[in-house]
Design a protein around this ligand. Structure first.
Ligand code: MLT
Length: 431
């Protein structure tokens, strides 16, 4: 049962032990910030610590006896208006009712006043079925870019498979980490997921070491959706025909040449940083909130080149708005058969193939993850998704890559591999 209360704020009186504590813990699992209250300081602090360690919500401990006027005043002083008030103070009293609770806390005029037992009774129903409402897929980059394109393909398939609409929400900034942090903090019930690439998940522990959220510690892997190589694309009027001519032109132009990317720590940033170092060029490097807006500026003539995934460059390459010079992978792409690999073009050492995968906030029930993982597998094999990914030069995961455990291992390996590359490339951590 969806209680629809994630993101709210609750005061749970007498929540340091027993039923009240169970209540506060259950609310925190639902994504509700809790103010926990009790008379015994040690118990209140221990409960607060436990809830903090097992959820991502804000927990405010208040030591006060709310069966007294003074205690209520202390609690009122410490807390602003809550959305939910659960007053379990004073022990079980069959005659106490919601109206009395309301009177007791007159200032909480808009609070939904519940009894502990009532909330506790609602709990067993939660695990019943999934999904019970539309699913939100957080995409941490701008619409129209590679991450967004993959998300919209899989959203259609998940909607069909799971019987609830899957909706994409773009939460952009800081190379995808703004969306990652958001996704890690929602209720872990499978109704909000993150579709992120290897870049955000694998580069952020090295590039953003002080983030409050870690891609391994705060999110659960669900499944890889698709992988695609990076392509070097240049504006249609750039006077170059291959990578060698591009390198010579870039050297001559210096910082007059503009290299767009999707933010410090994105794949489009790191891939071009590796390429620029390999070619010995020093362009003017300009960050965007995704490669889609950078591509728009390339078409408008303000950006000269990008390192972007086939997924988002194919449309412009086919339409003649941009030209592909090299596929930055070990193998050519079936979508661009005439384009050499970067090694064939004479500059091995700047290869990057990215996976895009779904993640859920840490603590999402295993059964829910399994269900979404099965829906991804079914979805990427569906004829429409297969055709779309094929046209975009993206590959569905292999059988060995499909499980959440496989993704966990791939992520751990990539954090190590790319962490080393980032340090060697001299890309500085961002605080
Ligand atoms: C995007 O716009 O989705 C980004 O290009 C992804 C990335 O660079 O990692």
């Amino acid at each position: 049962m969806d209680l629809g209360i994630a993101g709210r704020r609750a005061i749970v009186c007498a929540s340091s032990k027993g039923l009240g504590r169970g209540c506060a813990e259950a609310l925190a699992r639902e994504g509700v910030d809790v103010v926990i209250n009790g008379r015994n300081e040690a118990e209140v602090m221990a409960t607060a610590k436990h809830i903090r360690e097992n959820s991502r919500v804000t927990v405010t401990p208040v030591v006060a006896d709310v069966s007294t006027e003074k205690g209520r005043e202390a609690l009122l002083k410490a807390c602003s208006e809550p959305d939910i008030l659960i007053n379990n103070a004073g022990g079980p009293d069959p005659n106490r009712n919601q109206r009395e609770d309301s009177r007791m806390f007159k200032r909480f005029s808009t609070a939904l006043v519940l009894g502990c037992a009532m909330f506790a009774l609602a709990q067993p129903a939660q695990a019943q079925s999934f999904p019970t409402r539309p699913i939100t897929i957080i995409v941490p980059f701008a619409a129209g870019g590679p991450t967004d394109i993959v998300a919209r393909v899989i959203a259609v398939e998940l909607s069909t498979s799971l019987g609830q609409q899957a909706v994409v929400e773009n939460v952009v900034g800081a190379a995808g980490t703004v969306g990652m942090v958001r996704a890690a903090r929602v209720a872990p019930d499978g109704h909000t997921l993150l579709l992120a690439g290897m870049s955000t998940m694998s580069f952020s522990p090295t590039i953003y070491p002080n983030l409050p959220v870690h891609s391994v510690n705060n999110l659960d892997p669900v499944g890889i959706v698709a992988s695609a190589p990076i392509v070097l694309v240049v504006s249609k009027d750039l006077p170059v025909n291959d990578v060698k001519e591009f390198a010579a032109h870039a050297k001559a132009q210096g910082d007059k040449l503009v290299n767009g990317h999707a933010g410090v720590g994105s794949s489009s940033h790191l891939a071009c940083a590796l390429l620029n170092a390999r070619l010995g060029i020093k362009p003017n490097v300009v960050p965007y909130k995704g490669t889609a807006p950078a591509m728009n500026d390339m078409i408008a003539g303000q950006v000269h080149y990008l390192c972007d995934q086939t997924t988002s460059v194919m449309a412009q390459v086919r339409a003649g708005g941009a030209r592909a010079l090299a596929v930055m992978a070990d193998q050519r792409s079936d979508a661009l058969p005439g384009i050499p690999t970067i090694s064939e073009a004479g500059f091995a050492g700047a290869e990057m193939v990215l996976w895009n995968a779904l993640f859920a906030p840490k603590g999402t029930p295993k059964a829910v993850i399994k269900q979404i993982n099965a829906a991804i597998s079914k979805g990427v094999d569906a004829p429409a998704a297969k055709k779309r990914f094929g046209d975009l030069g993206a590959a569905a995961p292999t059988a060995a890559q499909r499980s959440p455990e496989a993704l966990r291992k791939i992520l751990a390996d990539d954090i190590e591999k790319w962490g080393k590359v980032i340090r060697e490339a001299g890309i500085k951590p961002v605080n």
